[in-house]
Design a protein around this ligand. Structure first.
Ligand SMILES: Nc1ncnc2c1ncn2[C@@H]1O[C@H](COP(=O)(O)OP(=O)(O)OP(=O)(O)O)[C@@H](O)[C@H]1O
Length: 219
C-alpha cells in the first residue's frame, strides 16, 4: 500500500535527517512509529502523507511511484490518506462539525448522507456538546479530538497520526486508541507516531523505531 525504498531526506542542504530507509506499510496493518525526540517521526509522516518528496529514494503509494505521478494524481492519492497533524490544522472559520465533515464535502457528499455519522463520531470523541463551537475557543485536547475525528470520518485507506494522544488524559487516550483499533478492523492501515510507551503497551503492534536517521522494525 505504501513502500519506502532507500529513502533519504535532508532539509535545505543540511545533513540527512533520514537515510536509506526501506519498509512497507501493508494493507490493513497497524504500526507505531517511534524513537527519540528529533529522530524524524514528523518528517517521516510528511513523506508518507505525500506532503513532501524525499531527497533521494522512492515512495510508492497505492501502487503508484509518486516520483512519476502527475501534479493531478498526487491530490487524488492524498485523498486516500487521513492525517492527524501535531498542530491540528483545523479551519478557524468553520464549526467543529464542519471541520470534521470537510473530507466528505470535498468528496462531493451531501450533508443528508453524513450528518448523523459526523454527530455520532463527535459524541464518541466527547465533542457532542462542542459541535457548533469554532476551533479558536476549543482547548488543545478538544482540537486534537476534532482533528482525529476529521481524519477518520471518511474511513481512509491509510491513517497517519502524529502524537494523537499528546494533549489528552490517559483515559481519553485509551478511548482514542480504541477508535484507531476499530478503524483498523474496518480495513484502514494505521501509523501512529508516538513517544507514549503506555499507549503502545495497551495495543501490541509492529514498531518502526527511528534512530540516527535509520529505522529498526520490530514485528
Ligand atoms: N522544516 C525543517 N527545516 C529544517 N530542519 C528541520 C525541519 N523540520 C525538521 N527538521 C529537523 O529534522 C530532524 C527531525 O525532525 P522531526 O520533527 O521530523 O523529528 P521528530 O522525531 O518528529 O521529533 P519530535 O518527537 O520532537 O516531534 C530534526 O533535527 C529537526 O531539527
Amino acid at each position: 500500500m505504501l513502500t519506502m525504498e532507500n529513502v533519504g531526506l535532508r532539509y535545505d542542504g543540511g545533513p540527512e535527517v533520514l537515510s536509506d530507509l526501506s519498509f512497507d506499510i501493508e494493507p490493513r496493518s497497524f504500526q507505531y512509529l517511534t524513537g527519540p525526540s528529533g529522530a524524524g517521526k514528523t518528517s517521516m509522516l510528511k513523506l508518507m502523507s505525500l506532503a513532501m518528496r524525499p531527497t533521494r529514494g522512492g515512495v510508492t503509494a497505492f501502487g503508484k511511484n509518486t516520483a512519476r505521478a502527475s501534479a493531478r494524481e498526487i491530490p487524488a492519492l492524498r485523498q486516500r490518506i487521513g492525517v492527524v497533524f501535531q498542530d491540528f490544522r483545523l479551519l478557524d472559520h468553520l464549526t467543529t462539525f464542519e471541520n470534521v465533515a470537510l473530507p466528505l464535502r470535498v468528496q462531493g457528499k451531501d450533508e443528508s448522507t453524513y450528518g448523523a455519522d459526523v454527530r455520532e463520531l463527535l459524541g464518541w470523541v466527547g465533542l457532542g456538546e462542542r459541535m457548533y463551537a469554532m476551533p479558536p475557543v476549543l482547548s488543545g485536547g478538544e482540537k486534537q479530538r476534532a482533528a482525529i475525528a476529521r481524519a477518520v470520518i471518511g474511513q481512509p485507506d491509510l491513517l497517519l497520526a502524529d502524537e494523537p494522544t499528546g494533549n489528552v488524559d490517559p483515559q481519553l487516550g485509551r478511548r482514542l486508541l480504541r477508535l484507531f483499533v476499530e478503524l483498523n478492523k474496518l480495513g484502514t492501515s494505521i501509523v501512529i507516531a508516538t513517544h507514549d510507551v503506555l499507549l503502545m503497551q495497551q495495543h501490541q503492534a509492529r514498531r518502526l523505531v527511528l534512530h540516527d536517521g535509520q529505522v529498526q522494525i520490530y514485528d
